[in-house]
Every structure is written in structure tokens, then in C-alpha cells.
Design a protein around this ligand. Structure first.
Ligand code: ADP
Ligand code: RBF
Ligand code: MG
Length: 189
């Protein structure tokens, strides 16, 4: 596996403070840049719904598992700060047959996205799974099992995308180890 200069070594099992696990959190709208600019959608979570131990983590990239749950709610339209409209379907098109409701591997960014110059922290999850539709307004429960690397700044969008793709491969490889894989069932109902 490709290891980069800034990467943390992946231990052979979760190490303090991991594993960390959340309750179900709401999936809210962000700037819409993940899919549109990077081709890597991220479900954004309100930081005030997260346990303190997660908010105390250093800014960086982490891996774990995530499980979605639809919310019984009519569709709504949400308007982004730039005026773009987003349909919140509350996860009504999540498809059990497609595995959308199973625990899935995830890479998380806990950071201020220096590449975009945000002045506040966001917690965003890229779920490593192909969905057929968006699921704004649904809820997600997730675990954090390890740290991949600190948050970095980039000179190009392509370099950021390339690093996120390495993060995804790193997460998948770590989560294949039995000592991490066992935490998948921690999220099962
Ligand atoms: P935003 O800035 O509003 O978060 P994104 O471009 O990051 O916009 O897209 C995030 C949305 O894309 C999520 O809220 C979810 O509805 C949808 N989505 C589709 N596939 C995925 C995925 N694999 N991981 C995370 N979100 C996904
Ligand atoms: N943004 C950064 O500015 N620096 C990073 O090092 C960085 N790493 C990320 C790693 C992962 C796995 C993901 C999903 C996102 C990362 N981002 C990073 C955040 C990215 O800028 C953000 O998802 C988009 O701006 C869309 O909100
Ligand atoms: Mg996002």
C-alpha cells in the first residue's frame, strides 16, 4: 500500500482513543463542492451532534464504518448559501437491496478544508459505496477506528483528489483486517 510522508502508521488494531462511536446524526447540506468539484461526495454532519471525544480529535483524515437510516419526513428544498437548491429526500430512496442500509466503510475529514479556506470546522463522511440517489436529511451513525493523516493544504484540486483516493484505499485495506472488521457489527441494529 502507498504510504505518504505525513501518514500515521496503521496499528494492527484500534488504539486509544479509538474506537469512537456516535449516535445517529443528521446529514445536512454543505457548499456542494464534494461531488461537483472533487467528484467525491461527503455527507456533512453538524459538529454539535458529535460526542466530545470526536470534537477533541486533531484535524485530519480518519476511517471507520457508517450506517444510514432514512427519516420519515416529506421532501423539502434546502437553499445553499450560494442560492443553489438541494432536494432533501430524507433517505427515502435508500435501497436495502443495493446494500445502502448495511454498515459500510467510510473515510472522514475532520477539518477546516484549508484548500477552500473555511474558517470553521466540518466533519464530513465519504461513504465507500455507490448510491443511486442522494440522501440529504437521512441520519448516519458511524465509528472512527483510526487516523490516516493530518489535514493538509494543496496547490491543486487534482493533488487533493489524488490524496483522498489514497485515503480511500488505505481505509479499505485497514478495515479488511479482522481486528477492525469486527467493529462493522457494532453498528448493526
Ligand atoms: P454537500 O456540500 O452538500 O455535503 P456534497 O457534494 O459533498 O455536498 O454531496 C454530499 C451528498 O451526496 C450527501 O449528503 C449525500 O446525500 C450524497 N452522497 C451520494 N453518495 C455519497 C457517498 N458515497 N458518500 C457520502 N455522501 C454521498
Ligand atoms: N480538504 C483539505 O483542504 N485538505 C485535506 O487534507 C482534505 N482531506 C480530505 C480527506 C477526505 C477523505 C475527504 C473526504 C475530504 C478531505 N478534504 C480535505 C475536504 C474537502 O475539501 C471537502 O470534502 C470538500 O471541500 C467538500 O466539502
Ligand atoms: Mg459534503
Amino acid at each position: 500500500m502507498t504510504r505518504r510522508a505525513a501518514d500515521s502508521p496503521i496499528p494492527d488494531k484500534p488504539e486509544d482513543p479509538f474506537p469512537l462511536v456516535t449516535d445517529y446524526c443528521d446529514i445536512v447540506g454543505g457548499f456542494g463542492r464534494g461531488s461537483a468539484e472533487l467528484g467525491i461526495p461527503t455527507a456533512n454532519i453538524p459538529v454539535n451532534q458529535l460526542p466530545k471525544a470526536i470534537n477533541d480529535l486533531e484535524l485530519g483524515v480518519y476511517f471507520g464504518f457508517a450506517k444510514l437510516r432514512p427519516v420519515d419526513h416529506g421532501e423539502e428544498v434546502f437553499t445553499r448559501k450560494n442560492g443553489a437548491k438541494v432536494l432533501m429526500n430524507y433517505g427515502r430512496n435508500l435501497d436495502r437491496q443495493n446494500g445502502d442500509l448495511d454498515p459500510m466503510p467510510v473515510v472522514l475529514s475532520v477539518g477546516k478544508n484549508p484548500f477552500y479556506g473555511n474558517d470553521f470546522k466540518t466533519v464530513e463522511l465519504h461513504i465507500i459505496h455507490e448510491f443511486k440517489d442522494s440522501f440529504y436529511g437521512a441520519q448516519v451513525k458511524f465509528s472512527i477506528l483510526g487516523h490516516i493523516r493530518p489535514e493538509l493544504n494543496y496547490t491543486t484540486k487534482e493533488a487533493l483528489i489524488e490524496d483522498i483516493n489514497i485515503d480511500i484505499l488505505t481505509a479499505l485495506e485497514a478495515l479488511e483486517m479482522d481486528s477492525f472488521k469486527v467493529y462493522r457489527s457494532q453498528l448493526a441494529d
